[in-house]
Ligand binder design. Structure first.
Ligand SMILES: [Mg+2]
Length: 305
């Protein structure tokens, strides 16, 4: 089905749209801000949505800032939000490991903040240091020993990832009963209109190709993350959730597979042409709007709220 432009809805259609959801889940980068620059009007839109009784949460694949870093940025836009409204992939990963009563160490290809979140939650993080002479043979020999304490390989966005850490992950994934877990699976990271950076999926693909295993994913789009959100927000009817994002692959697909309604904003990575080009029906949003900031004006102008 074709996506509807929210700004073209009549007043009664806009009212029905607003009445069709109770919970709003929102991606961050590309929706609320672009790297450091806030998207204008977002605060006003949140105020209108709260005024209409909507519960609002933020679901980002950003484990680089961690929940606390994302929270700081969200409160720069609207200081009324609580830290509890931020969801990053490390949270469902930690919940999953705890559900398994995981008591080994996790080898984490991720940010220092993500590792700290694991440690604070009682999950041990491997700190095995590798000395390398520059010879592959010596490197592998060193990586093959002292691994019995490690029980999981977790791959997320690690800006210090290198050949040695990828080899280390390969060696570990050949061990019996090693868990293979991924967080963020973005192949591209939006930095600016003309600058897209490689995302963690680029490195994850290299690993998957070599080890011939697929990780259990906990970032957008994954059903593991939906299960975590449903429990956290006590969601009984997923069709009464609106997911707002700027990426058709990460956000819209996540919203679709979770049974949510989806709204694409055009302030980030996706252009209107991308919606027309995609062959994947789950990446076609129900609605689109130029900017989340425009929604407050629509509500005000068409509904007088
Ligand atoms: Mg985004």
């Amino acid at each position: 089905m074709a996506s509807k432009d929210l700004s073209s809805l009549t007043s009664s259609e806009l009212r029905s749209f607003l009445n069709s959801f109770d919970t709003v889940l929102c991606d961050c980068n590309g929706v609320l801000w672009n790297v450091e620059t806030p998207v204008p009007g977002v605060k006003e839109t949140f105020q209108k949505l709260k005024q209409c009784g909507k519960q609002i949460g933020f679901v980002t694949n950003n484990n680089v800032f961690g929940a606390i870093g994302v929270y700081k940025n969200v409160t720069k836009i609207d200081s009324e939000f609580e830290i509890d409204s931020i969801i990053v992939p490390s949270q469902p990963i930690i919940a999953y490991l705890k559900s398994l009563q995981f008591n080994k160490e996790a080898f984490v290809l991720g940010s220092e903040i993500m590792k700290r979140e694991f440690v604070e939650a009682g999950i041990k993080v491997s700190e095995k240091k590798i000395n390398t002479t520059g010879q592959i043979r010596d490197l592998v020999n060193e990586l093959l020993v002292d691994n019995e304490n490690i029980g999981a390989v977790v791959v997320d966005y690690d800006i210090h990832i290198n050949y040695i850490s990828l080899v280390q992950a390969c060696v570990l994934l050949k061990q019996k009963d090693m868990l293979f877990i991924s967080g963020a699976t973005d192949s591209k990271v939006y930095y600016a209109k003309n600058l897209i950076l490689p995302g963690p999926q680029s490195f994850l693909n290299a690993l998957i190709d070599v080890v011939d295993q697929k990780p259990i994913s906990f970032g957008k789009p994954s059903l593991q993350l939906s299960k975590f959100i449903e429990a956290k927000y006590n969601i009984q009817d997923s069709s009464r959730v609106l997911f707002i994002g700027d990426s058709i692959r990460q956000d819209i697909e996540f919203g679709s597979i979770s049974g949510y309604q989806t709204l694409l904003v055009l302030t980030g990575i996706t252009t209107i042409a991308d919606i027309k080009d995609t062959k994947n029906a789950s990446q076609i949003p129900n609605y689109f709007i130029n900017s989340l900031g425009n929604l407050s004006e629509l509500i005000e102008n068409k509904l007088g709220l």
